[in-house]
Structures are given as C-alpha cells and as structure tokens.
Design a protein around this ligand. Structure first.
Ligand code: PGA
Length: 248
C-alpha cells in the first residue's frame, strides 16, 4: 500500500503575514491522517514555517533548487540551503520553471540529483501542453520527460512523480478521471519497466492541475493516483484541508 501525499505549492505567494494560514492548517491536520501532508512555500518562508511546523505531521519543501551545492549563482538557492532551513522535499521540473527559466529535462535531472545529494526527496513534475494533448502526443511527451530527467539511483523513497497537464494548471480545467488514470497507469508501467517493479510499483505518482476540495475525491480515486500537487487551493488552510479530507 502506497501512503498518499498531498502537497501544496504556494508558488510566488506568501509574506510573513501568511504564518496565520500555516497556524490554521496546523490545527486542521492530525498526525493519524491517511496521507502525508507537505507545504512548499516560497524559499523566504521555509525557515519561519519550519519553526511553526516542528513536531507536526506537516512537512516542508522548496519549489526548485540549483544543481550546484554553492557558488557564484546570484539569486539561486541550493538544495543544501533548502534542507538547512528545515525542508525535506523539493519540487523539480515544474512547468512554470520549465517555461519561465528554460529548465529543460537535462537541468531537471541535475536538480533532482542535487536534491538527493542534500538528502531531500524530489517531486519531479511532468506534463503535456494543450497542443501536445490535441496532437495525441501526451504519452510521448511524458515518456521523454521521464526518460531524460530521472537520474540513476531513484528509489520509491527519494523520488515522487507529479503528473501535471500544463493546460490544467491554474485554469480550473481538469482532464477526465479516465484520462488521468490512463496517464498514471502509463507512468506506473514506465517506472516499473525502467526502475524494476519493486521501485516502480511503490513510487508515488501525484496528480496536479486545478485540484480543489470539490474534485479531489474523484481525482484521487483514479487508478495509480497517489496524492495531489496543489497550487491555488493550497493557499487557504480551509481549501487545502478540504483536499486532504479526500483521504478520510
Ligand atoms: P493549480 O497548480 O492547483 O493552481 O492548478 C498546480 C501546480 O502548479 O502544481
């Protein structure tokens, strides 16, 4: 049995005043929940949140990391720095990073290696653009992204895959449950073929893209969906708790 993970990606949102939202979430998430819970705030808030979330079941993560451990990379943050702030996870390959910063599969691979070097678990995102879906290229795109960005040494503990159709992110649109299941089943098979069934069958595969309290239960019940990566709806404790409740 894979324990699901519900992860919130705050993206470029949140100021010091957001501690109130984290305090509210802390009250709503119990340690005997059927899923693991993770918040990935902007890097500026990880340290503050780690003090608040100490001894709670809510884990912390970063949203990206530089491949290098340290050095002359103005504005960048290393996996070691994220870990040092109290985080256990980092997202790699999010489509917004791929688009805004040209982070291609090769870079995503080295960022994922960096995450492991620092002792972080990586949540590696893949997903097709709307044009690719319309051209029936979804599975091809996912296969290429996974083949080119998963480094040697992946385990069911150090790697989590997130399937996020780019056209579903922040749009309110979602694929049908059948479409989600088809992609997740494909990813499961690919992971088993390439990493061996022991690793491939136990790795978590999250769905992301317009997950809300109202659709979470249905999406999370799809075949081979082991949790969610949530953007907009993770910003409000009440909404995020509503998504976590899909696993009650
Ligand atoms: P969304 O974002 O839930 O706002 O669609 C998901 C994501 O980008 O991870």
């Amino acid at each position: 049995m894979i324990k699901p993970l519900v992860a919130g990606n705050w993206k470029m949102n949140g100021l010091s005043s957001s501690v109130s939202e984290i305090n509210a979430l802390k009250e709503k998430v119990s340690s005997n929940s059927n899923c693991d819970v993770l918040i990935c705030p902007p890097a500026t808030l990880i340290m503050a949140f780690s003090h608040i979330l100490k001894e709670t079941p809510i884990a912390l993560g970063g949203q990206t990391c530089h491949p290098a451990e340290k050095g002359a990379h103005t504005g960048d943050i290393s996996a070691e720095m994220i870990q040092n702030c109290g985080a256990e996870y980092v997202i790699t390959g999010h489509s917004e990073r791929r688009m805004d910063h040209g982070e291609l599969d090769k870079i995503v691979k080295s960022q994922t290696e960096a995450a492991w070097r620092a002792g972080l678990k990586a949540i590696l995102c893949v997903g097709e653009l709307i044009g690719e879906r319309k051209a029936d290229l979804t599975l091809k795109v996912i296969e290429r992204q996974l083949k080119n960005s998963i480094p040697e040494g992946a385990t069911a503990e150090n790697l989590i895959i997130a399937y996020e159709p780019v056209w579903a992110i922040g749009t309110g649109l979602t694929p049908t449950v059948e479409d989600v299941a088809a992609v997740h089943n494909f990813i499961r098979q690919l992971l088993s073929d390439n990493l061996g069934s022991e690793i491939g069958n136990n790795m978590r595969i999250l769905y992301g893209g317009s997950v809300k309290p109202g659709n979470a239960k249905e999406l999370m019940a799809a075949s081979n969906v082991n949790g969610a990566l949530v953007g907009g709806a993770s910003l409000k404790a009440e909404d995020f708790a509503g998504i976590i409740a899909a696993y009650e």
